[in-house]
Every structure is written in structure tokens, then in C-alpha cells.
Design a binder for this molecule. Sequence first.
Ligand SMILES: *Cc1c(COP(=O)(O)O)cnc(C)c1O
Length: 497
Amino acid sequence: MDIEEFRRRGKEAVDIIADYYQSVDNHPPVASVNPGYLQKLIPREMPQTPDSYDDIIADMQSKISPGITHWQSGNFFAWFPGCSSYPSIIGEMFSSMYSVIGFNWLCSPAATELEVAVMDWLGKLLGLDNRFLSIDEHGRKNRGGGIIQGSASEALLLAMIAARERKIQEICSQDNISYHEAISKQYLFVAYVSDQTHSCAEKAANILGVQIRIIPSDNNFRLTKDALVAQISQDKRSYHYPFFVCGTFGTTNTTSIDDLPGLADVAEVEHMWLHIDAAYAGAALACPEFRELAQGIERAHSFDFNLNKWMLVNLDCSAMWIFDSKFLTKALSAGRNILYRDSLEKENPAVRNMHNWQIPFSRRFRALKIWFTLRVYGVVGIQTHIRNQVNMAQWLKTQLILDGRFEIVAPVVFGLVVFRLNEKAASAFGSIDLANSCLYQLIQQDGRVFIVSTMVNNRLALRAAIGSVFSTMENVKLLFDVITESATDAISSHIYN
Ligand SMILES: *Cc1c(COP(=O)(O)O)cnc(C)c1O
């Protein structure tokens, strides 16, 4: 492909993309192919000589498209949204244009400095405590700062790494032992999460080789101070070291919010690191009316949310802030310093060696798509996006209650509605789970909308997450119709068969 062909094909590609979005709602939101379908359509070996570009595009339309689940469809309500937007796609294209690898400032000064700038923009957008910003109000370097990670899972792992480092240093000075002796106690380090915390916390503990306690949540799916304190005192009696606790702002199952002020109290007393995982719901903090729910976050040591869930920037884009970077950078900086300009970091608040804040060495220029998106939407545009979807979730909740056959399983706070057929509606089935599994199957068979199920309190529940940038009231009304029609079919088929 030479530059002239690239020019022509590139323009064509944007047209294909625009055509796709224009008609994305016309596709069933979920792919209806069988496992292994593509294996039969794709040769086992790559082409020996170049394929024709027309063939590649034709194959994409005929072979790849049928196997796509349309996350951007207005009728996609599964999991959490994977929200993208046009400015984000364009920002991603320009990031590919530069294709820089920004591990330190010199690699591409704009990549580092724009990231520092947009992370401060974002921190202010969410109303985060000033400690989390890179540059304070006098233009001086703060101890903390924000950085874009690839995922909430990586952010949690990094928070745990920083927490471990902090605890090791503490043991060194308290017990007056060497760093290596302190590290050797790591098998006694304990991280605390709840049974509603995302599974990435367990993964992080497995990677680090520390212990993890999965504490039962309360009736409102929250990790409470009392439960945490009880578990910690048990562990301390057996000479363990509590070092990390994760509080979730908007759990994956039900968007519940842990007792964050309570967890912050315990973290302070026990010298533990408090990480807040707000992967999905963090975006809502752009609207001040949600900030009351987030009390305690200002006392956390790190905080993370995914723009690629609910804030209009496509994957991958997870925004992490840390109150003081020294533990993380100490843990991650390798001894050999081959990066001669590293000393610049000390001199200027906008200069930072990103490779010491993340797991990979190289990094993508992701700040560009954030910058495009935040500028095209503005604070007001982002708030409107969030509020519209929260309102649609409230509408759906109200309609389901008015219908009379459903119960709402968890408070609807953000864009997620968790519901099920209630006892009465399910009475003919003998089991409420059976009734809801039948309802769920009928909704999937119908295929006009896509939702997934989950287990809440060991009972089947259905989750409808509103959040696609293309979801309008029309789509949510369709969702409601499909749910209620399927409920009618489920109940009548059971009564008459
Ligand atoms: C989605 C989600 C995660 C996982 O996010 P990744 O970016 O895919 O790692 C973690 N925590 C919560 C609360 C989530 O909702």
C-alpha cells in the first residue's frame, strides 16, 4: 500500500465506519454464530504473496461482521457499556498517525505533557481531592498524579504493588530489618476485598503472591467497616500484615458502593493502602449530584475509573490517580538507568517517566483521544450524557415496578437496573430461578435487545445496563417491551404446557 492508496482507502474506511454507525441498530445486537464459525472461513496459513485489498474488505464484511456483537448498538444493554464516541475514534486514528512510544518525556514531549494535562482535567472534572493532581494550584509538582492505564485490573495490581512497597518500608523501619528481610514476610501480607469486588483483585493477589480475604458483603452488597475490622483482628492474631483494602464505588454486579469512609478509617488505623475501584461508576462523578455518594474517596491512596466504560472514550483507557507516586515508582524502577533524560523529571512538574508508573515499558499515546473527546463534549456534554442515561435507567425501573410482575433487586443509582420476576409472577414455576431463567432465555431468543444475567444473593437476576452512546428512549422502550412481552410468554407457556 503506497501513500496514494492509503489516502484513498483511508477515506473509504471512514465512510465504512460512518455507514456502520448509521445502521448499527439494524443488526441484532448479539452475534448469532456458532463456536468455531470463523475457523472454517479463514485459511490456516497466512498469504504467501499479498492479498488484494478489495478481497480483505469484502472478507471483513462477509466473514468478520457476522461474528461481531455490536457493543455500540443502542439495543446493547449487556455487562457494562463499552462506550465510544466519534471524537474518540478520531483521536485514536491520530494516535496511530504519530505512533509514538512514550515511555519518557523525550520519547515525545507532547505525549507526556498532554497526559499530565488531561489527567488533571479529568481529576477536576470528577471533583477529586487536590492531592491526586499532578500540578498544584501554584503550578508546582504534587507528590501524586494521574496516569492512563490499560485497564482497571492493571490499576488495581499497581495499587497493590505500591501498597506492598509501603508496607515493606514500614516494616523495615519498625523492626529495624533490611529491605530483603522485610520482603521475605510478604507471604503474610493480606489484602481485603468483598465478595462483590471485581475478580481482578484476586488476580492481582495471585500475581503478587500475597494473601487475600474475600469478606461477605452486607444486605446492601457493601463491604462494611465492622466486617473488615473483624477479619483484620483475626488475621493480626495470627501475625499477618494487613496492607491493602479495595473499596468499590459501583460494583460490577449491582453498582453498590462500599462504606468508603469506614474503610478509610480502618486503612488509617491499620496503615493499609486504600484503593478505590470505580471502573464503571466513576464517570458519574462528573455530575456533582453524585459526589455525596463518593465520600471517603478523598482519603484514598489511589483511585481508578475506566473512560472506556461510561465516559465516551474507546478501549483501552483507564484513568488512575495516586496520592503519592514514590511507592509505585520505587517498586517499579529498575536499577539500570539507560534513559539519560530521566533527570528532567525532577525539574519540571509536567515531565514524568511514565515507564515507572506502569507494568509495560512502552506506552501508547492515549491522552490524545481523551483530549479530543473532552474538548468536543465539554463538561456540559459529558454531564448530559451521564444524566440522560441515569434518567433512562430510572424510567425503566419505574416501568418495571408499575408492571407489577418484577422486583428491583438492587437500588438503581447509575445506569444499571437489576431485576427479576417476583415471587407472585413466578408462582406457577415453583421456583423463582426457573421462572427467571425462562424469561432470560426468551429475551435472548427474541434477539432485538441484549442483556445478561447474574447471581445476586444466590438467586438469578437480570441486568440491563444503559450506557451506549447511541441508546435513546426509543431503544429503552424497546428493551422494556421485549422484557414484558417475554415475561408474558414465559408465564403463559408455563401455565398452559
Ligand atoms: C469492569 C470492571 C473491572 C474490570 O475492568 P478492566 O478494565 O477490564 O480490567 C474492575 N472493577 C469493576 C468494578 C468493574 O466494573
